[in-house]
Design a protein around this ligand. Structure first.
Ligand code: DMJ
Length: 794
């Protein structure tokens, strides 16, 4: 048989084999290197690991029994009131309750964990309960995404494992595929959501009425992850039931999403309109709103063997690593303006990303981001829902999410480094100490106070504790070989053998999407890889010396000032001659090192002259001021733009005297010094209200521009990525608004205090300031040549 006529399934499994070999090679190389070259952080004895595994098991039963005895058949346990949470009965929490469908979600979500724990008796009992009690014909609006990942995924995986136990453990012979039938029924109830002009599903659907529920008439918006986290479950559903409709709809949704990527950046936004396909929120990161879309692209390739998903994943992955990844941090950008950061905080959901990177073979950045997250965890006890780029708490809640432990598990499996066991131990002990209550485990309302919340999400049992148990288990302790399964985003197990079942949609395309070379490029340079070596430089990333700091660094083209004698000397030392007309002699670098710096400097200068093509620089703002009375020499301090105010481009600038807002945070209705601020450049401190609120107040009093200065002492654009301030979607701010970190603003404020007269500043584009300075330097040079022959080169 020729390759061309090989069955799709065999091609698919061939691809998966190649992938498995690549992943295995990466793991092997990492393991060999880690044992040969470095010592693990602190080895964990076999005994201790086994004890932790048993502690994880106890944690499971503590939570599971609390739920079964006090909450079942409710969807969730309320661990503080020790009772069940029922939709329509328990006071509503708003949109959050769309997760609940009165279908015993926690039990369904937990079934396969029972099998992993080897508790077949309880599994059998629980399956019987689900078959007996759970029904879907309710007049309730539910989230399509959550219902799919928790319920459809939970039922499917339990079905697969029930059949597995029939075969391998000689038990459950009464089972006749009832769970599969239930998942099929639930799948049908979700299908009306897919009737949109784009094929991208609505975010919510009524379990009984489909989209005919009057409350869903205005349904338009969904998130990228909500629409893009369907395929694994729906493909499994189709292949197990033989009904292709689910898989067809899920592929169509994935295809439609792919078409919506930004063609320049290859990034996705966060929220979109399911009918028009227009983006509603263009923020692009790897956390909330997008996370599992990327995860499902990669895992769809692994599970189904369709190479187009690998090619798509690689395109997005490269874009993420180019624009979103910033050292170990992952910071949102705008999909259409990817060079400027759109947020100055990260959310805890992105902690799944290192785990996905491990699976895709890119270990080094996985180790780095995981290390950063571990430090955030140590700093705040738990990883808060959102934390700023300087690792302060942005949103202090912690609902006992699994993502960080999930990544810890995958990193341990890939590297064998006991550091990850120690991390897992710390996470486990923290849960025991701060989240365990007499009736289960309670979410933390604010990691600063440790105050509990009356919720225990179903993922605590289906993911958080499951990954802890897996981390401390040896593969041979487990009844199933987890390497033969793909973990869904809710940690449900789908077997790789699914690709061989039923009709596969696999096709080996030669298109722009299919570029295996891209995949090869995303592989790590594993010959340099071992986790300890990667983690070490980051050890003090948060608290100590930051490796990204370039203090004491060479002079960069961006900082260069033609009027500064030190700068001119530094340039000269780097071997760069500012040649005056008629003088052809060359400069000579003081040393080889400085010569290299000089080359770099010139490179930057060349790039500066290509100003329009340097988006990042183009978006950087400047607050400039004259250093002398005659306004001959100017200095510019770095500032960040905003998304809600007009951009200053080309030679546009706003000039005015600086005035500090009273009160300084400018969050009140009125400014005490409103009169004084008229026509001036107002300065307000960050905090207490949103950036855009401050901007509106500045505009109201007639300020010409607003500078928001940071409230975190010591922050600086030299060590932190500059970002663009987010607004609230309205475009009513008509004055320029820029942001300055504390160090840069401190310089401005020092000059302001020294001057007797008010300090006049210019708010403009940094690139324009540099162009202005270069032009000035050239003019001065030419004048010098005309008036006198230079005595020495400069
Ligand atoms: C889970 O339901 C899933 O992991 C989902 O993909 C993201 N959110 C929760 C856990 O945090």
């Amino acid at each position: 048989m020729s390759t061309a006529s090989a069955s799709p399934a065999s091609l698919a499994s061939g691809h998966r084999q190649i992938l498995s070999i690549l992943v295995a090679l990466v793991i092997l190389v990492a393991c060999v290197l880690s044992t040969e070259t470095t010592m693990p952080t602190q080895n964990m004895s076999h005994k201790e690991r086994a004890e932790l595994r048993e502690e994880a098991r106890d944690m499971f039963y503590h939570a599971y029994h609390a739920y079964m005895e006090n909450a079942y058949p409710a969807d969730e346990l309320m661990p503080l009131s020790c009772k069940g949470r029922y939709r329509g009965v328990t006071p509503s929490r708003g949109d959050m309750d769309d997760i609940l469908g009165n279908f015993s979600m926690t039990l369904v979500d937990t079934l396969d964990t029972l099998v992993l724990l080897g508790d077949f008796t309880e599994f059998e009992h629980a399956v019987k309960l689900v078959i007996r009690d759970v029904q879907f014909d309710s007049d309730i609006i539910v989230s399509v995404f959550e219902t799919n990942i928790r319920m459809v995924g939970g039922l499917l995986s339990a079905h697969i494992l029930a059949e597995y136990l029939q075969k391998h453990a000689d038990t459950m012979h009464w089972y006749k595929g009832e769970l599969l039938e239930m998942s099929r029924e639930l799948g049908y109830r979700l299908l009306p959501a897919f009737n949109t002009s784009t094929g991208i599903p609505h975010a919510r659907v009524n379990l009984r009425l489909g989209m005919k529920d009057p409350q869903l008439k205005k349904s338009r918006e969904t998130c990228t992850a909500c629409a893009g986290t369907i395929l694994l479950e729906f493909a499994a559903l189709s292949r197990l039931t033989g009904d292709p409709i689910f898989e067809v709809r899920a592929h169509a949704a994935m295809d439609a999403l792919w078409k919506l990527r930004h063609r320049g950046s290859d990034l996705m936004g966060t929220v979109l309109n399911v009918h028009s396909g227009d983006w509603v929120r263009r923020d692009s990161g790897v956390g909330a709103g997008i996370d599992s879309y990327y995860e499902y692209l990669f895992k769809s390739y692994v599970l189904l063997g369709d190479d187009k998903y690998l090619a798509r994943f690689n395109r997005h992955y490269n874009a993420v690593m180019k624009y979103v990844s910033e050292g170990p941090m992952l910071l949102d950008v705008l999909m259409h303006r990817p060079h400027a950061k759109s947020k100055n905080f990260m959310d805890s959901l992105l902690a799944f990303w290192p785990g996905l990177q491990v699976l895709s073979g890119d270990l080094k950045p996985a180790v780095q981001t995981h290390e950063m997250l571990y430090q955030v965890m140590q700093m705040h006890t738990f990883i808060p829902e959102a934390f700023t780029v300087d690792f302060q708490i942005h949103w202090g809640q912690h609902p006992l999410r699994p993502e960080f432990i999930e990544s810890t598990y995958f990193l341990y499996r890939a590297t064998g480094d006991h550091h990850y066991l120690q991390v897992g131990k710390r996470a486990l002990k923290t849960l025991q100490q701060y989240a365990k209550v007499s009736c289960g485990y309670a979410a933390v309302n604010d990691v600063r106070t440790g105050k509990h919340e009356d919720r225990m999400d179903s993922f605590v049992l289906s993911e958080t504790i499951k990954y802890l148990f897996l981390l401390f288990s040896d593969p041979q302790d487990l009844i199933i070989n987890v390497d033969e399964f793909v973990f869904t985003t809710e940690a449900h197990l789908l077997p790789l053998s699914i690709a061989q079942l039923g009709n596969s949609t696999f096709s080996f395309r030669q298109s722009d999407e299919h570029n295996v070379l891209d995949f090869m490029r995303t592989c790590p340079s594993s010959n340099k890889l071992f986790p300890e070596k990667v983690r070490k430089p980051l050890r003090n990333f948060i608290t100590g010396s930051c490796p990204r700091t370039t203090a004491g660094k060479r002079l960069s083209a961006l900082d260069f000032q033609a009027s500064n004698a030190d700068h001119l000397r530094a340039v000269y030392d780097m071997g760069i001659t500012m040649v005056s007309v008629g003088d052809r002699s060359q400069g000579k670098a003081k040393s080889h090192e400085e010569g290299e710096m000089g080359l770099q400097f010139m490179q930057e200068m060349l790039e500066l002259t290509k100003m329009q093509s340097i988006n990042q620089l183009a978006q950087l703002q400047a607050v400039a001021y004259a250093t002398d009375e005659k306004a001959q020499d100017w200095i510019a301090l770095m500032a960040g733009p905003s998304h809600f105010s007009p951009e200053l481009i080309g030679d546009q600038f706003v000039q005015g005297d600086l005035v500090l807002a009273k009160p300084r945070r400018a969050c009140e209705e009125l400014l005490e010094n409103a009169e004084e601020a008229k026509g001036k450049v107002l300065v307000a401190e960050r905090g207490d209200c949103t950036f855009v609120n401050k901007a509106r107040l500045a505009q109201k009093v007639g300020a010409a521009a607003l500078i928001v200065c940071d409230n975190v002492p010591g922050s600086s654009g030299e060590t932190q990525p500059m970002f663009a301030m987010s607004g609230d979607g309205k475009d009513d701010v008509l004055i320029p608004v820029v942001f300055m970190y504390s160090v840069e603003f401190g310089k401005l404020s020092a000059v302001m205090q020294r001057r007797k007269q008010p300090l006049r500043v210019r708010v403009m584009q940094m690139v324009e300031f540099k162009r202005w300075q270069l032009a000035k330097a050239q003019r001065q040079n030419q004048t010098a040549t005309v008036t006198q022959k230079p005595e020495k080169e400069l």
